[in-house]
Design a protein around this ligand. Structure first.
Ligand SMILES: Cc1cc2nc3c(=O)[nH]c(=O)nc-3n(C[C@H](O)[C@H](O)[C@H](O)COP(=O)(O)O)c2cc1C
Length: 186
């Protein structure tokens, strides 16, 4: 199984990166091949809405997203990590999500491709607020939205309270995250 992770945080080694990497580690220990991309080190431009991807084959923007498109082609699963910014996914994660349109081509796209549907997805959220239910309505909505985009949403993880305790300092989280990753494979 091929799994790719995308860290939608501007911090290379922040809580979101840590959470995504632990999930990937859990999957890797079960034999999955994993690869991780981070918004902190890639230059990703927002979707221009030019619909070049509908007219041609693929996104016309020649930036670092091309590496991710190439990896996604053979990926069975995606682990999307995003910090909550102002009650929603960070801008970095949203740019990534919008740019998926060029490749994923959901059923409502004029160029829907059956083979792109059904990739497994784990969404890993991190948030400063200690109440993991605080943004539940938005997180549920987002999971449903990825379902509409034809992802097979397997798990939604919320790492709360990073304002006072970074994800890496939270007791028991390593095991929880690794088992989420392992479950993707076994
Ligand atoms: C611009 C900005 C907006 C934020 N908005 C929220 C928010 O609405 N709710 C919340 O709980 N945390 C919020 N946070 C805190 C982040 O979600 C939290 O620190 C997150 O774990 C950071 O992840 P990182 O270490 O991977 O960057 C915000 C942080 C920033 C920088």
């Amino acid at each position: 199984m091929n799994i790719i992770g995308f860290i939608g945080s501007p911090h290379k080694a922040g809580s979101t990166a840590w959470a995504v990497n632990k999930i990937l580690e859990g999957a890797h220990e079960q034999g999955a091949a994993t690869q991780v991309f981070s918004a902190a080190t890639l230059a990703l431009q927002p979707c221009r809405g030019c619909l070049g991807c509908v007219k041609g084959d693929g996104c016309v923007i020649n930036d670092d997203m091309q590496q991710i498109y190439a990896a996604l082609k053979t990926a069975d699963a995606l682990v999307l990590g995003a910090p909550i910014y102002m009650g929603q996914m960070s801008g970095q994660a949203k740019v990534f999500t919008d740019r998926l349109f060029a490749q994923i081509k959901p059923r409502f796209s004029p160029t829907f491709k059956e083979e792109n549907a059904g990739k497994k997805l784990i969404i890993a959220w991190t948030q400063g607020n200690p109440d993991g239910e605080k943004f539940k309505a938005y997180l549920d909505y987002t999971a449903q939205m990825f379902g509409i985009l034809e992802f097979d949403v397997r798990d939604v993880v919320v790492v709360a309270g990073t304002r006072t305790e970074a994800a890496s300092e939270q007791a028991g989280l390593v095991d929880t995250l690794k088992s989420v990753g392992a479950k993707l494979v076994v």
